[in-house]
Design a protein around this ligand. Structure first.
Ligand SMILES: [Ca+2]
Length: 184
């Protein structure tokens, strides 16, 4: 029986590392979103984490602020995470250039002034990935600094691992976490 369990675990880990399973769980779905203002009620901040990546604003699954300076959107993940990357789906039916210069920020302060992962410099594709290299924080924000602008986000996906305090031996926990992700 033990051999069977060990084999099952090894096969599971093999699946994780072979990349043949679906991507890791999008932790943005666990959070709560707010934004600098809301253009119309149906374009509320939560539309950017509803799991629907439809980039047509008329489909009703995109957030949109007013013409703010700065326009911002912020996600409270409720726990601290080491954020690996943020994938943003831009609006596709018009005006994609509005997102140029937007910065993704991650940190533990409940505002939009946390450290920056990177800025959006290319809007030629609707899905834009900003790499955060494990930057740690409870809050993920998208901010357009330095000008008045509308901020439109059809989806924001966040990938990372729950933050664990340094010096904690979490090797076994990490294996269990990876296996757990199989079933998310
Ligand atoms: Ca959406």
């Amino acid at each position: 029986m033990k051999c069977f369990v060990v084999l099952l675990v090894c096969i599971s880990i093999g699946w994780v590392h072979s990349g043949k399973i679906k991507p890791k769980f999008n932790i943005a779905r666990l959070g709560e979103a707010t934004q600098s203002s809301t253009y119309r009620p149906e374009y509320n901040a939560a539309a950017a984490i509803d799991g629907d990546t439809d980039s047509n604003m008329m489909a009703g699954s995109c957030s949109l602020t007013g013409y703010d300076n700065p326009a911002w959107w912020r996600l409270d993940l409720k726990k601290r995470y080491k954020v690996e990357k943020v994938v943003i789906v831009n609006r596709g039916d018009c005006c994609g250039e509005r997102l140029l210069g937007a910065e993704v920020r991650v940190g533990n302060t409940a505002n939009v002034n946390n450290p920056t992962c990177g800025a959006i410099t290319d809007v030629s594709k609707e899905a834009i990935t900003v790499v955060c290299h494990g930057k740690e924080g409870q809050y993920v924000s998208v901010v357009i600094p330095g000008r008045e602008e509308y901020l439109q986000l059809c989806e924001v996906e966040v990938y990372g691992k729950e933050y664990r305090k340094p010096n904690h031996d979490n090797s076994d926990d990490s294996v269990l976490e990876d296996i757990g992700n199989l079933f998310n």
